[in-house]
Design a protein around this ligand. Structure first.
Ligand code: MN
Length: 288
């Protein structure tokens, strides 16, 4: 049975651009070594936006050395990058962008959603790349709703949507560079959840809403992250009523993490090079 190592909660919200009111659940400046390969997690809890013709979000900015994974729960996100990737993802869809050697991109509310307004809820994860792949070519995966398989849980207690990796033999659509499990878990009623996970892998559970309890007595509720011990293969918890959860699992990289702003590499020299390459336009630029 996996034990809880620690819990994280950040009550403070900040804005990313003018579209994303997020809480930093963790970042590469704090627990990244303990939650490898995940580097950062921002959670935009449900926020209602009024209808607008304006573009709300964050304009052109670079990334190098990792992947950004955006999960939309409510609303719509529109993306464009200098490597040619882009698209709009809506409710229950995922954008998996591999920045790798570098690109610039912009992230805005989708135009249709902006016009009508309404609830917005999103998670953005940064997923590290191993040193050998940090300078590989950028890539983009737009993962639509119907390509994400849903595995029903026993006694009609809910379902697990497999975004990446595997749950009970069912594989998710995301192509990852190292073994990663990313499960969008929707629990409908009080239940006991149990699943096997790989020994030695990072394992963490984020509670978007609801209430979960582990056998060692630890509890977690809205916007709290539970980081479990990598040892052990039995993931088990109980929910008190319905819950919306995200499971993050993966093989840890065990490589140095040196990050600054939008760049995460292995050495300070590589960070300096990233700034030089960005300024000289090597990561691309938009024409407008
Ligand atoms: Mn970005």
């Amino acid at each position: 049975m996996k034990q809880v190592r620690f819990k994280r909660h950040n009550p403070r919200m900040h804005w990313v651009g003018d579209g994303f009111p997020v809480r930093s659940v963790f970042s590469y400046t704090d627990i990244a070594a303990e939650i490898s390969p995940f580097l950062m997690m921002d959670y935009a809890s449900p926020t209602r936006f009024p209808p607008t013709e304006e573009r709300k979000g964050v304009g052109e900015h670079p990334h190098r050395g990792f992947e950004t994974v955006t999960i939309v729960y409510e609303g719509e996100v529109e993306h464009r990058d200098s490597a040619g990737g882009g698209g709009t993802i809506g409710q229950d869809e995922v954008q998996w962008m591999t920045a790798a050697s570098g690109l610039v991109h912009e992230e805005f509310h989708g135009r249709d959603y902006a016009k009508t307004g309404g609830l917005f809820e999103m998670i953005q994860l940064w997923v590290n790349l191993p040193a050998r792949l940090k300078m590989s070519a950028p890539a983009y995966q737009g993962i639509t709703r119907e390509t994400i398989p849903a595995v029903d849980l026993p006694e009609n207690s809910g379902k697990v949507r497999v975004i990446a990796g595997e749950f009970q033999g069912i594989r998710g659509p995301a192509s990852t560079h190292t073994p990663i499990d990313l499960w969008d878990i929707r629990i409908d009623k009080t239940t006991r959840f149990s699943s096997r996970v790989p020994e030695g892998h990072t394992a963490a559970l984020f509670v978007l809403n609801g209430s979960v309890r582990f056998q060692d007595g630890h509890q977690a509720t809205d916007a709290e992250l539970v980081v479990l011990d990598p040892s052990g293969t039995e993931l088990e918890f109980e929910t008190d009523g319905p819950a919306k959860l995200l499971f993050l699992g993966g093989e840890p990289l065990h490589e140095p993490i040196v990050g600054y702003g939008p760049f995460v590499m292995n050495t300070p020299e590589e960070i300096q090079q990233a700034f030089l390459d960005y300024r000289s336009g090597k990561m691309g630029r938009f024409q407008n």
